[in-house]
Design a protein around this ligand. Structure first.
Ligand SMILES: [Zn+2]
Length: 310
């Protein structure tokens, strides 16, 4: 909390000012919850009590600036919810007012920890397959394939960011660039017919073509991605698909990949936004009890005496 080293995030100070004024505007007993992105906000909203104000920082740096910068006199009604990206500084762990997801973000938690995609696929695959076990097997396969696609794309984008290359697609009409996603990449770069991992060199080439990287950069990215793929995970001292997936597969890419798989493999057209809303609605109350984010929010409630969950 306030004993943590103050980090310098000058670009984010406007957000800190916004948090200060939102905190001052709270009614007694009202909670301000701050999440990283708007999709995190949408994923958490159904679980929050009616009076809670849920603010999206729209960036990790901004969220951290508010976490480190907010005065202790203003902190008691504020809880921060942070996406785990595998590089979470050690001093951030174990803070009761800083809840951290177990996967890359809230949607990834819903998919990997709460099996929320199972509810979504039953709706669509139940129309074409009679056997429940078949639907379940296709669901497992789809989640596995989507996680491969998102992890592989995440690995390539991580290398690109480290090299200072763009990861955004220009949108001339809308004016705002957006991060590339799996549906921007040529289908041929992914293998829908089997579940073997995509070839990282082919995928680097396909991503680089869309983003306009030079050929030498594409080759360097491909080299880095292939070498990182073979790198041992620090926690388990082995090549570890599980940790890689937790760190790299973000919810947005997973949702787009699942929508793509439902179309290409099963001929069911389900838009990414329908997949995303299905994910939010589908976990059972029992499954939600085990969700680490909600358990940590409960711990914050117990420590602070405030109410955030419905
Ligand atoms: Zn590991």
């Amino acid at each position: 909390m306030t004993s943590l080293p103050a980090l310098d995030y000058p670009r984010a100070s406007a957000f800190l000012a916004e948090v200060r004024s939102a905190t001052r505007a709270l009614k007694p007993g009202q909670v301000l919850a701050i999440v990283e992105g708007v999709s995190d906000r949408a994923a958490l909203m159904p679980h929050f009590a009616g009076e809670v104000v849920l603010k999206a920082a729209k960036g990790r740096e901004k969220l951290l600036s508010a976490y480190f910068g907010l005065e202790s006199s203003l902190r008691s009604p504020v809880v921060f919810i942070f996406d785990c990206d595998g590089n979470t500084p050690l001093e951030l762990k174990g803070q009761v007012d800083l809840v951290i997801s177990s996967n890359r973000d809230m949607e990834a938690d819903l998919i990997f920890d709460l099996n929320a995609f199972h509810g979504v696929t039953q709706d669509y695959l139940g129309r074409i397959y009679e056997d429940t076990a078949v639907v379940r097997a296709h669901t497992e396969a789809a989640v596995e394939q989507a996680s491969e696609m998102s992890t592989d794309l995440g690995l390539i984008l991580k290398g690109a960011k480290a090299m200072g290359l763009t990861t955004h697609i220009k949108r001339p009409r809308a004016g705002i660039d957006r991060v590339i996603t799996v549906t921007d990449v040529n289908d041929a770069a992914f293998d829908f017919s089997s579940r073997r991992p995509s070839d990282l060199s082919t995928l680097s080439q396909a991503v680089g073509t869309v983003l306009g990287w030079g050929q030498l950069d594409i080759e360097e990215i491909s080299k880095r991605a292939n070498s990182e793929y073979e790198t041992h995970c620090a926690r388990h001292e082995t090549v570890c698909g599980r940790c890689r997936k937790r760190q790299l597969a973000n919810g947005h890419h997973l949702v787009d990949a699942l929508s793509l798989i439902l179309d290409r493999v099963h001929g069911q057209i389900v838009s990414p936004s329908l997949v995303a809303s299905g994910l939010r609605m589908s976990p059972s109350p029992l499954a939600l009890k085990s969700w680490v984010v909600l358990r940590r929010l409960k711990a914050w409630e117990d420590a602070s005496g405030m109410r955030v969950l419905r």
